[in-house]
Design a protein around this ligand. Structure first.
Ligand code: LLP
Length: 432
């Protein structure tokens, strides 16, 4: 579900009119729905209820303290990839004892911090890393809980930049050699082998690759349980969301006219296919969803600054750029664009490029897209921007980072203030 819908002629997030937020807080502006985030967490949690399981939300997808706090209060664990994320989780009230630490390049400082905080497990991605974790744990006089990440060499059928489970990717340890890697890890004095992890990619839109990977890895899981007594198997994240025609059906006008709506991978289908494969393993199952939890829970609002009619195209120049939302530029990611004022059922549409102010040709949100006619000053929402949106924003072109708002029913909380120029240059110095 998600909580964005037209009401009384304007787009709302839960009970809040997005135009009023844009007017009050300015644009670009990220807005998240608390109800959607909670609904997604609870649905996945209940779909997995037959299993001993822990949802470790992939912090990288949206790491605002308020979002982490919401999930911490639901009892979520967290999948982290840096010392910074670990500190965020703790600051937000999350339990380090429910954190798994992934990533191919953990530093000494990060490993020490994680050991001191007592994280649940390191998900190690190479034998060199395991040896280093063993060394650092030995120096601190503690035992480090470790899982190895297996690369099952399964095609996730997703964009190549977010595919991680093929042998040519930098992630994990090869399926063919992982048994020996476990034998060597188990022999290390300061390491406890606690689990097995995998993650084959992000934005998977069917359950097929998940099934293929679990089926391939199941005999390995059984072997590791028997030999080393591992207690968990993490199946990673990757559950895809709907990016096209994602506004709830039931809206009037041009949305309903679309026929080629994306078919979502529902949580119910994901669970129905995976639970029967996972249950017989008799282990605790960890899940690391990021996008599923927050993707459809967020939008980015932007205002049309100018219209420019070229000889072959009409450009709508908006006040958000690729520095605010990089997914279209980096992954050819599609985000639906909805006007905040509801277009009439027979309203005019126009074929346009929606582009930002950044000095790069890749700075666009849509090319040759038919959207309802807009005028200068109108506001648009880029839908499904809650995951990998704000977290990937940068200060490129010395543009200040947008503000973030969390909506809860009729209330709108500013959960991150818009950056000021002084914030932007903080830490810089002119020598002399
Ligand atoms: N676990 C591991 C080890 C991961 O590397 C990732 C994502 C996740 C879990 C969460 O995956 P999710 O459930 O969100 O698909 N910036 C890209 C996505 C990068 C994903 C990186 N790893 C995008 O905007 O599409």
């Amino acid at each position: 579900m998600h909580s964005f819908h037209y009401q009384d002629g304007s787009l709302h997030c839960e009970g809040v009119d997005l135009q009023s937020l844009a007017d009050q807080h300015g644009t670009p502006l990220y807005v998240y729905s608390q109800a959607t985030i909670l609904d997604h967490f609870r649905r996945l949690d209940s779909a997995m209820s037959e299993l001993d399981h822990l949802i470790c939300y992939a912090t990288k997808a949206n790491s605002n303290l308020a979002v982490l706090n919401l999930l911490a209060k639901e009892g979520a664990g967290f999948d982290i990839v840096s010392g910074g994320e670990l500190q965020r989780v703790e600051r937000a009230g999350g339990d380090p004892g429910k954190c798994t630490f992934a990533g191919v390049g953990k530093t000494r400082a990060e490993i020490e911090l994680a050991l001191r905080k007592g994280i649940y497990c390191f998900n190690a991605e190479s034998e060199a890393e395991v040896a280093f974790i063993d060394q650092v744990a030995g120096e601190l006089g503690v035992k480090a809980p470790v899982a190895l990440r297996v690369n099952p060499n399964v095609d996730a059928h997703t964009h190549k930049y977010i595919s991680t489970g093929k042998s040519e990717n930098k992630f994990g340890i090869d399926f063919e050699t992982i048994r020996e890697a476990y034998a060597r890890a188990a022999a290390l004095p300061n390491v406890t082998v606690r689990g097995l992890q995998m993650h084959i990619g992000s934005q998977l839109t069917s359950s097929g690759p998940f099934i293929e990977a679990v089926e391939k890895v199941a005999p390995l899981v059984a072997h590791l349980k028997e030999t080393y007594g591992i207690e968990f198997f993490s199946i990673g994240g990757g559950i895809g969301i709907v990016y096209q025609d994602s506004l709830a059906s039931g809206n009037t006008g041009w949305w309903d006219a679309k026929e080629d709506a994306e078919k979502p991978l529902t949580i119910e289908e994901y669970a129905a296919r995976l639970v029967p494969l996972l249950k017989p393993l008799g282990l605790r199952i960890l899940l690391e969803p990021g996008r599923y939890m927050v993707g459809n829970a967020g939008v980015m609002l932007t205002r049309v600054l100018y219209e420019k009619k070229g000889s072959v195209k009409t450009f709508k120049i908006v006040d958000a750029g690729m520095n605010d939302l990089i997914r279209p530029a980096l992954y050819q990611g599609h985000h639906d664009i909805a006007p905040l004022r509801e277009p009439g059922a027979d309203g005019a549409t126009e074929m346009v490029d929606v582009v930002g102010p950044v000095c790069e040709s890749g700075d666009f949100f849509a090319q040759n897209r038919e959207i309802p006619a807009t005028a200068e000053g109108d506001c648009l929402a880029l839908l499904s921007s809650g995951a990998y949106g704000f977290v990937m924003a940068s200060n490129y072109n010395s543009r200040a980072l947008p503000a973030e708002i969390l909506v809860d029913g009729e209330k709108a909380h500013v959960i991150r203030k818009r950056q000021t120029f002084e914030d932007l240059i903080a830490g810089e110095e002119i020598p002399g």
